[in-house]
Design a protein around this ligand. Structure first.
Ligand code: NAD
Length: 337
């Protein structure tokens, strides 16, 4: 059985190639530098297994060009870059890597929060670029005693709450499936999204991207947030309506935002795609609003980097190898339904 890996570093390739367990399971390996999507079809399409990251995109058009594809091992927790309906119709099984980086992403969430609460970037930039040691406009605020609103209390949200408690923050949370035992153990309260937005000094998003979470924060409810509150998003860009956030920042209703993910981050990364899609007015507006966020002085944007630690990447590779071996042995694990 042939497995194709897309966009791995040389070090990651070497690690995968050194895995005897893959060879023992009868898996042969091929590596491609480019992402896998309808615009990037690899020269050989005879592989049964594709191992991709979130920068690849699996849709009907692509799948129709991969006649042997039976299994996708995504090196991520989220799988919104894969059209599951198409995979189901074509009998392609999809596995993901659940909970490789819940602590990793939770720690990063607080990196973004502290960057905003203590103006860390401004302080650093001022010294580095201007050799200015004055404290003008560097006054921040304590996290102690502030209210953090955690939207989504799954693997990552849970660790965000733990860290928040370490800072002495009050925590309110919402989830479609509240975990009452956890709320008792970690001493936080569940409420509705509306109440959470009204009460929180900082709102942080930890939901998957689904139809039901598309623009969960939008033009209507962003103004339910406290005036002067902050928004943190390390989940997926599409969970926040970009234009709504730009407007709320402009009105100074939202004091600032820490965003590891942006709606249309693919198009923002790739100017050519931006030009190709220039006629699609709605996407164009969102791309432009994304640029406005990047340039905004009270917004910190990072390049979908929250998962990116040595330890988390190692866990991703190890679970991906396990996922592939399990599939090759006829007993797939970590299957996305
Ligand atoms: P998880 O599935 O463990 O938890 C998600 C939680 O969100 C669940 O408890 C679920 O019930 C809840 N939820 C779903 N819809 C909701 C809604 N409408 N309102 C409130 N709660 C809702 O997932 P996780 O491991 O905590 O990861 C969350 C997301 O973080 C992932 O789906 C992925 O998109 C993102 N992520 C980002 C990075 C990064 O590098 N920035 C890395 C890993 C994961």
């Amino acid at each position: 059985m042939k497995a194709a890996f897309f966009v791995l570093t040389q070090q990651q390739r070497d690690y995968i190639m050194a895995q005897k367990s893959l060879r023992n399971a009868g898996v042969t390996l091929v590596f491609y530098d480019e992402v896998l999507d309808a615009d990037h079809i690899p020269p050989e399409v005879d592989f049964e297994i594709a191992s991709i990251f979130i920068d690849s995109s699996i849709d009907e058009k692509l799948v129709s060009k991969l006649p042997n594809l039976k299994f996708i091992a995504t090196q991520s927790t989220g799988y919104d870059h894969i059209d599951l309906d198409v995979c189901k119709r074509r009998g392609i099984i999809v596995s993901s890597v659940p909970s490789y980086g819940e602590r990793t992403v939770a720690e990063y969430t607080f990196a973004l929060i502290l960057m905003l609460s203590r103006k860390m970037y401004d302080a650093y930039h001022r010294i580095r670029e201007k050799r200015q040691f004055n404290l003008r406009e560097l006054q921040g605020f304590d996290l102690y005693g502030k209210t953090l609103g955690v939207v989504g209390t799954g693997s990552i949200g849970k660790h965000v709450i733990r860290i928040a408690k370490g800072f002495g923050m009050n925590v309110v949370a919402c989830d479609v499936y509240p975990n009452e035992a956890m709320s008792k153990e970690l001493e936080f309260k569940y409420c509705s999204l509306e109440e959470l937005l009204e009460q929180s000094d900082i709102v942080t998003l930890h939901v998957p991207y689904l139809k039901s979470t598309h623009h969960l924060i939008n033009k209507e409810n962003i103004y339910q947030m406290k005036r002067g509150a902050y928004l943190i998003n390390t989940s997926r860009g599409q969970v926040v309506e970009t234009e709504a956030l730009v407007r709320a920042l402009k009105d100074e209703h939202i004091a600032g935002a820490g965003l590891d993910v942006l709606e249309e981050e693919g198009a923002l990364k790739d100017d050519l795609e931006f030009l190709r899609d220039a006629l699609k007015a709605e996407r164009l507006r969102t791309v432009l609003a994304g640029h406005a966020l990047i340039d905004h002085p009270r917004v910190i944007v990072t390049p979908h980097n929250a998962f990116n630690t040595k330890e988390a990447l190692q866990r991703i590779l190890d679970v991906t190898v396990q996922n592939i071996i399990a599939f090759a042995s006829g007993k797939p694990i970590n299957v996305v339904k």
